[in-house]
Ligand binder design. Structure first.
Ligand SMILES: [Ca+2]
Ligand SMILES: [Ca+2]
Length: 463
């Protein structure tokens, strides 16, 4: 009798465990482009931990952000709603001040409402979970991000500076956050958890300890393709509005271009190490086999390609981001199908079997997690400032600017987007088909345009 009772209890406990939701570990990396081994964007990049995480699950090699700058990209990921609905295209407006998102739950808020313990640290939303979003997380590991920074200037005024500082990883906020996240992952939790960790590097200012710089030989680094004639077939109306960062010409004048490429690679290897520390924490604890991992970056970064530095363009360097999913039931694979960061929220809902969230505009990636070559009909849409959009399918990129100017690239033969085909008559039908994916009736912009000139004259001062 006692044996039967024990068996019954064991069965009940067993089924409770079987029904328990998987945990979620979401890692975001700030301004990380495709210069990582598993995306092949730079031949010299040393990123063993990102590469190993990508190989552990499905690596979406054709993933793109919704907006090519921090705050609105992150608002889109965390709300699951795109910019043509929420109306944010620049840094100024926090999630909690966008009236169109008043009723839209954040990702942690949604998981918390559905029984999860929610823990966050670092930069997930650009303006943090404050005000009405404060209750969305049960625990905040740290809000510190992007430091420490030296008092002195190494190469350029902050935030556009870089150099070997501080002396040790232990002083770096990202490394401290990785340690706190790893510790959280090593613990038993009485409920499933949703842990979001926002690493700040390689975002400017690009300060990391010297040993990360020493991984690379500055003089031998492969430099990006910055052929000036690449600009000859590009509409000139739009590109200059986007140049809030220093230009490539300015860097070249100061003989700083190579040094900045070196800094970006060093910062990327440092953040790769932080990702490795987090995953080591997960793998050495009790949550290893029951945690879904998703890693993404909020947008890419130019370091000279198309004469541009930083982000806010609609080309591959700005829109393309790392996106990997790994965890229970996800077999290793690589998917070349177009994926949007908007797809993260619905994918996680499906993987954790949570109820429907009617606000979501993305489509779950679970068909590609089951079979990475499953075609996706919907392209990835990216925007930069009001009325400018890019449509990326598996084979094509189409860009349409606010004044009707267009670009079209055939990624099958032109992965660097060198030859703009938009003026060729034979592509009229294709352009029309691609343009049909751009939403009509976009919500008005929530905040007015911030131009390079406004930044330069000190009216706004953010990177
Ligand atoms: Ca960013
Ligand atoms: Ca060109």
């Amino acid at each position: 009798m006692r044996f039967l009772l024990s068996l019954l209890i064991a069965c009940v406990i067993g089924s409770l465990h079987a029904n328990e939701k998987p945990n979620v570990l979401m890692i975001s990396v700030d301004d990380l482009n495709d210069w990582i081994g598993c995306l092949g964007g730079h031949p010299d990049a040393i990123t063993p931990h990102l590469d190993s995480l990508a190989a552990r699950g499905v690596n979406f090699t054709n993933a793109h952000c919704s907006v090519t700058v921090c705050s609105p990209s992150r608002i889109s990921v965390i709300s699951g709603v795109g910019p043509t609905t929420h109306g944010s295209y620049e840094l100024g407006t926090p999630y909690q001040e966008i009236a169109r998102l008043d009723d839209v739950p954040t990702m942690p808020g949604f998981f918390k409402a559905n029984g999860y313990t929610t823990i966050t640290g670092g930069k997930i939303l650009h303006h943090n979970f404050t005000g009405r979003l404060e209750a969305d997380n049960n625990l905040v590991l740290t809000l510190r991000k992007g430091g420490p920074n030296p008092k002195k200037t190494f190469h350029a005024p902050k935030p556009w500076d870089w150099g070997a500082f501080p002396k040790t990883d232990a002083e770096m906020y990202d490394y401290q956050l990785a340690g706190a996240a790893a510790e959280t992952l090593r613990q038993e939790h009485d409920k499933p958890f949703f842990l979001s960790v926002g690493l700040f590097r390689p975002h400017v200012p690009m300060f990391v300890p010297p040993h990360w710089y020493e991984l690379y030989d500055a003089e031998a680094i492969t430099m990006p393709d910055a052929d000036p004639t690449d600009m000859d077939d590009i509409p000139g109306n739009f590109q200059y509005k986007m140049w809030i960062a220093p230009t490539l010409a300015e860097l070249q004048d100061r003989k700083h271009w190579r040094s900045m490429v070196h800094a970006y690679l060093a910062n990327t290897s440092f953040v790769d190490h932080c990702v490795g520390e987090i995953i080591k924490g997960l793998d050495s604890g009790p949550n290893k086999d029951n945690t879904i991992i998703v890693l993404w970056s909020d947008h890419g970064f130019h370091i000279g390609e198309k004469q541009h530095i930083a982000k806010r363009t609609l080309w591959e360097e700005s829109t393309r981001v790392p996106l990997f999913f790994a965890g229970p039931g996800i077999e290793p694979g690589t998917s070349p199908e177009p994926a949007s960061l908007l797809d993260i929220f619905p994918t996680l809902i499906e993987l954790t079997d949570l109820p429907e969230n009617k606000h979501l505009e993305g489509i779950s990636l679970t068909p590609q997690l089951n079979n990475p070559s499953t075609p996706r009909e919907r392209p990835a849409l990216s925007s930069s400032y009001f009325g400018n959009h890019s449509v990326r399918t598996r084979d094509w990129r189409y860009i349409r600017y606010d004044d009707g100017a267009e670009e079209l690239y055939d990624h099958r033969v032109d992965p660097d987007e060198k030859t703009n085909l938009a003026d060729k008559a034979e592509y009229t039908d294709l352009k029309k088909k691609l343009a049909a994916h751009i939403p009509v009736g976009a919500a008005p912009e929530v905040k007015t345009f911030e131009t390079r000139e406004q930044v330069r004259t000190g009216k706004v001062s953010r990177p």
